[in-house]
Design a protein around this ligand. Structure first.
Ligand SMILES: NC(=O)C1=CN([C@@H]2O[C@H](COP(=O)(O)OP(=O)(O)OC[C@H]3O[C@@H](n4cnc5c(N)ncnc54)[C@H](O)[C@@H]3O)[C@@H](O)[C@H]2O)C=CC1
Ligand SMILES: CCCCCC(=O)/C=C/C=C\C=C\C=C\[C@@H](O)[C@@H](O)CCCC(=O)O
Length: 263
């Protein structure tokens, strides 16, 4: 999991990660009897404190923390190699690292979109059945802003539309090429995390549109982290899901089919 230490997926461990272990393990024949997790993140401070808690709860042998910035190709490559060396395989990748700051928009594209593409291509070196891998599933964290515009955040919106588009095309490319790797994306609404704080400052040149964003928050409500985690596992364990965009609202979750230009 990349981008693992604060926010949406921090809850994954305390709430339901291992509750889904059996279903996840059932997908591949070479997994052994337990789910092991490598957490890749650039935030060392948060990592150290969460790792202490997690290792107490689940045991050191099932967890690995690797410092890794998704903007740095060599770091991502080395982190996947270390995961392979430690656990013997990679079957699930969650590309979750993301930032929101409309002022530093080139960096936002670099982390939110280029980072997802980079990690996907690098992990395929290990997962791809044509290269000796066992196949697997990739889940990219996009956003509702990957489906429709978040007006106060044009570049964030572009980065997340990019993630949805990449997911759908990569899924089809993988299937047609025989890689044995499914690719899906999660599109949550607003979730109470660090990224969803100090919003006016994050909107940069569009901070004057903050009231419109607040209206959207009131309209959509706040999604619980556990709802996002459940949706993540649906995309991992349901083998019929490939190229899917799963929208996570406060009251429900639903799939958003790609628009066909020939309809
Ligand atoms: N909070 C929200 O309302 C929503 C968030 N999302 C998406 O969910 C994902 C997670 O966001 P949150 O948990 O809310 O944010 P967060 O800021 O709480 O957590 C983001 C995590 O990504 C890591 N990260 C950031 N840049 C990185 C980099 N260059 N390399 C490696 N790790 C990096 C951070 O250290 C942190 O652990 C993001 O992709 C975000 O766009 C999607 C919809 C709604
Ligand atoms: C500004 C904080 C961003 C936090 C991170 C994030 O990704 C949150 C996204 C949450 C919701 C986005 C919703 C976008 C909706 C629009 O695309 C559109 O569907 C809204 C239409 C409004 C209407 O009334 O028709």
């Amino acid at each position: 999991m990349i981008g693992a230490f604060v926010g949406i997926f921090e809850a994954q461990f305390s709430q339901c990660f291992w509750a889904h272990e059996e279903a996840a393990l059932g997908l591949w024949t070479d997994c052994g009897s337990s789910l092991q997790v490598a957490l890749l993140d650039m935030n060392k401070t948060e990592a150290e404190s969460l790792m202490q808690t997690l290792t107490k709860q689940y045991g050191q042998e099932r967890l690995l923390f690797l410092h890794c910035d998704v903007e740095q190709e060599e770091q991502v490559k080395a982190a996947f190699q270390k995961t392979m060396d430690t656990f013997g395989g990679i079957h699930i990748l969650c590309n979750n690292a993301g930032i929101l700051n409309e002022s530093t928009w080139e960096k936002m594209i670099s982390v939110n979109l280029v980072g997802v593409i980079r990690a996907t291509y690098l992990v395929l070196e290990h997962m791809n059945k044509l290269k000796g891998g066992q196949g697997g599933v990739i889940v990219n964290t996009a956003s509702l802003a990957g489906i429709g515009p978040l007006v106060s955040c044009p570049v964030y919106t572009a980065s997340k539309h990019g993630v949805v588009g990449f997911t759908r095309a990569m899924s089809a490319a993988s299937a047609l090429s025989g890689y044995g790797v499914r690719v899906n994306c999660l599109c949550p609404g607003f979730v109470q995390t660090g990224l969803f704080s100090n919003i006016p400052a994050r909107l940069g040149p569009f901070s004057h549109l903050k009231d419109g964003t607040q209206l959207l928050v009131e309209k959509f409500g706040i999604v619980n982290m556990s709802q996002v985690v459940e949706a993540f596992f649906e995309l991992v364990t349901d083998e019929t899901k490939d190229g899917a965009a799963l929208l996570v609202f406060q009251q429900e979750r639903k799939y958003m089919p790609a628009v066909s230009v020939t309809d």
